[in-house]
Design a protein around this ligand. Structure first.
Ligand code: WQD
Length: 337
């Protein structure tokens, strides 16, 4: 069964392509490498041991997307293609409204003319804003978004819910990702931040390898045990597996699932776990709070565990070990770093 992956050469998309093949699906990857590199496709092929179908296309190009859908006839679509940095979205909101909302509408206009069994959307825990109760479950009331990025995910969910109400033959699943980290255990694919990383773990690995002088921890005066923010860090392979299980899910036609491991770790705990598992030291200093950050959030993942039988396999330390192996691979093989 063919599954179209928009943004399939990206961090989560590439790992999902591999997991789809492991479960007998045929991924059809669309990407224009604006946030990735072409060697990712070659390395997906190394992991799966064969060629993968790939189209180098901008997701906003409706004519091309339409002809790819006509040609490939996918039964499902997983829509990864979007921008994802909370802080960048505060500085450049229009980029986020364009890439995350305008392009989503363009994609839906194309698929309006086709029959698709499943549509899976990369949503985010940022839809909860700064929640009054933690852990958050799928019924936790949505608060005003803290960033334009979070707002694009709230609006995206609403657009999809309204659109797919008119298309009862399609099962819609919106996966609210918590913080994806790590890399494939083969060290062939992983996160590829272009320029200065805005996410914590690539910043840690780039500091450890000497590409960055020092990690700045954004704020140590939050109302948490050690004063730093708390997040739910999930291994990217575990997150990828949630997409495959969503395709198999015939539970209902409109599904929302939190995808997180279900416990919160502070920024300092992540830094210290990284140092411990990889036996090295990371230079860090404390800085100002970052715009758009919520103090604390982690998932109640009961729903996805019961309905999709999903369980995380990898620990935080394994994820940090894989992230470090990937960073070293980037430096030695691709001279990135
Ligand atoms: C984590 C923590 C920072 C960098 C991410 C994704 C977003 C979404 C949710 C969906 C925060 C701190 C970071 C640094 C730091 N999920 N930090 N120094 O903002 O939670 O958002 O998860 O896919 O798409 O981007 O993740 O990794 O940027 O930050 O102290 O140099 O690390 O303040 O507390 P965030 P992040």
């Amino acid at each position: 069964m063919k599954i179209l992956l928009t943004g399939g050469a990206g961090f989560i998309g590439s790992h999902t392509a591999v997991e789809l093949v492991n479960e007998g699906y045929e991924p059809i990857i669309i990407d224009d490498f604006r946030n990735s590199k072409s060697f990712v496709i070659e390395n997906i092929e190394k992991i799966i041991g064969r060629k993968v179908v790939f189209h180098c296309t901008d997701i906003g190009d409706q004519e091309k997307i339409s002809s790819i859908i006509k040609q490939e006839k996918p039964v499902g679509i997983i829509h990864f293609a979007a921008d994802k940095a909370v802080n960048e979205s505060v500085k450049n909101p229009l980029k986020y409204y364009h890439n995350n909302i305008v392009n989503l509408i363009k994609l839906l206009s194309v698929i309006d003319k086709h029959n698709i069994d499943s549509f899976i959307f990369s949503s985010s825990c940022t839809v909860y804003g700064s929640p009054s109760f933690i852990p958050v479950n799928e019924k936790t009331p949505i608060q005003p978004a803290f960033s334009p990025y979070g707002y694009t995910k709230q609006v995206g969910e609403k657009i999809l819910t309204d659109f797919f109400k008119t298309k009862q033959q399609t099962s819609l699943t919106m996966l609210r990702y918590f913080n994806p980290i790590g890399a494939h255990p083969s060290s062939l694919i992983g996160e590829l931040p272009l320029g200065v990383p805005s996410n914590l773990v690539p910043y840690i690995t780039q500091t450890a390898i000497g590409k960055r002088k020092e990690l700045t921890i954004f704020g140590n005066d939050y109302n948490t045990a050690d004063g730093t923010c708390i997040r739910d860090y999930i291994h990217v392979v575990d997150l990828a597996r949630a997409h495959v299980l969503s395709l198999k899910n015939k539970h209902s036609y409109n599904n929302i699932y939190n995808v997180g491991v279900g416990n919160g770790k502070s920024v300092l705990e992540v830094v210290h776990s990284f140092e411990e598992i990889n036996n090295l030291k990371v230079n860090y200093q404390f800085g100002e709070r970052r715009d758009g950050d919520v103090p604390e959030i982690y998932a109640d993942n009961h729903l996805i565990k019961t309905e999709l039988k999903w369980e995380p396999i990898f620990s935080l330390k394994e994820a940090l070990h894989h992230a470090w192996a990937w960073e070293r691979e980037l430096k030695s093989k691709y001279k990135i770093g």
